[in-house]
Design a protein around this ligand. Structure first.
Ligand SMILES: *[C@@H]1O[C@H](CO)[C@@H](O)[C@H](O)[C@H]1NC(C)=O
Ligand SMILES: *[C@@H]1O[C@H](CO)[C@@H](O)[C@H](O)[C@H]1NC(C)=O
Ligand SMILES: *[C@@H]1O[C@H](CO)[C@@H](O)[C@H](O)[C@H]1NC(C)=O
Ligand SMILES: *[C@@H]1O[C@H](CO)[C@@H](O)[C@H](O)[C@H]1NC(C)=O
Length: 354
């Protein structure tokens, strides 16, 4: 290929990347904002929700000065959101969610029936681990989710930690890899992030998340216990994106949740007319790339986008996960968000870079 044609391809690529689609909801925090702003009507987010009863956002969030801004933050700021033992949300005075620890931001204009959940929309956000306030990967965390207006499901949910039912969700009980709604493209991407040409039968033993775990030459039961531990280790440090949680659509995408100041950037493309979800992803300042093609999903029901952290309890056979189960104490964990906005993705207008 000649230099000239390479350059023209680069020029074309650059011109098609920039953020150019209409913004439906803006959640990028102006430089002048302080933590106290989040408790006032001037905030881009609802000052009342979602946080522990009696707490203020000013006590729960900081605006950290980071080495690098998130992909779509230029003159805007990152937000660190944290949970403590007091992060018990009470939707009403008689309904205290003692099973959860929660802190989430909801854009103030996202009232459940607004225009952020019609047509084609791209949910943009970047997340970063706060290495000084680490997650406990024994628990399941919901990071970003769209909860429908009837509070009956999450049409899409971004999670980390030990996600309940994940193994089943990764292999939904459907026949044929090409079935409608099959997870993530043709499935090969997420199935094995390792080298090509490997014997797939060897992949569990070679999983880097399992290295150092000797496989006991033993009973079936012992092997199953090891397999379960491996599954947990593998998901503990993973970000997954799940389709409608009340269906068997399952995991659309997963990637390692690396720390050390790495930004994980998402563009979740919701086509409310075709009922599909596609996923764009990149790290740090790299432009977003499509990692999951439009995939059938049940996304009707509008609702609200939550950005933050909902830590679920551990425990077997819980009947009401909002009130039961185990939460360690004391807890002091955080997640960093940046570049939150929802754009109009009509006519495939999707911004890959600022
Ligand atoms: C929600 O917001 C939309 C758009 O601003 C508005 O038309 C609608 O009346 C609002 N609904 C409620 C229940 O406030
Ligand atoms: C499956 O997806 C991978 C990764 O995106 C791609 O390289 C491969 O060609 C695809 N295979 C089929 C049969 O579509
Ligand atoms: C998308 O889902 C809605 C709600 O279930 C349904 O009314 C509509 O017909 C679906 N659209 C397509 C193209 O399947
Ligand atoms: C992580 O959570 C589990 C389950 O709640 C708990 O038993 C364990 O002590 C926690 N680990 C740390 C390091 O806090």
């Amino acid at each position: 290929m000649s230099i000239v044609s390479t350059l023209s391809i680069l020029a074309l690529a650059a011109s098609t990347l920039a953020q150019k689609c209409p913004i439906i909801l803006e959640g990028r925090v102006p430089a002048a904002s302080t933590p106290a702003t989040f408790d006032t009507p001037e905030s881009l987010f609802d000052p009342k929700n979602v946080k522990g009863e009696g707490l203020k956002f000013a006590d729960l969030l900081t605006l950290p000065k980071l080495a690098k801004p998130s992909l779509f933050d230029k003159d805007t700021q990152a937000i660190s959101l944290s949970i403590s033992d007091k992060s018990i949300f009470a939707p009403s005075p008689t309904n205290k969610q003692t099973g959860f620890r929660r802190v989430e931001l909801i854009m103030a204009k996202n009232n459940g029936t607004d225009s952020s959940t019609v047509g084609q929309r791209v949910i943009h956000f970047s997340i970063q681990k706060d290495d000084t306030k680490a997650f406990n990967t024994s628990h399941e965390y919901q990071l970003m989710f769209l909860e429908d207006a009837k509070f009956s499901t999450n049409q899409v949910a971004v999670k980390t930690g030990t996600v309940a039912g994940l193994e089943k969700l990764k292999n939904p009980g459907r026949s044929g890899s090409g079935a409608a709604g099959a997870p993530k493209g043709n499935g090969t991407e997420k199935a094995d992030p390792k080298k090509k040409g490997e014997d797939p039968k060897k992949k569990d033993a070679e999983d880097p998340a399992c290295s150092g775990m000797p496989l006991p030459a033993g009973t079936r039961k012992a092997k199953r216990a090891v397999a379960e531990r491996q599954a947990k280790a593998a998901v503990g440090n993973t970000i997954i994106v799940q389709g409608n949680v009340n269906t068997d659509i399952g995991v659309l995408f997963e990637t390692e949740f690396t720390g050390g100041g790495v930004w994980h950037n998402f563009g979740i493309v919701m086509d409310y007319e075709k009922n599909t979800t596609a996923i764009l992803y990149s790290t740090d300042a790299n432009p977003l790339k499509e990692v999951v093609k439009p995939t059938k999903n049940e996304i009707a029901g509008q609702g609200q986008h939550h950005f933050g952290m909902l830590k679920k309890p551990t425990g077997e056979g819980l009947k009401d996960v909002t009130k039961e189960g185990f939460q360690q104490s004391p807890v002091n964990e955080a997640i960093i968000y940046g570049g939150i906005f929802i754009e109009d993705g009509a006519k495939d207008c999707i911004s890959n870079a600022p």
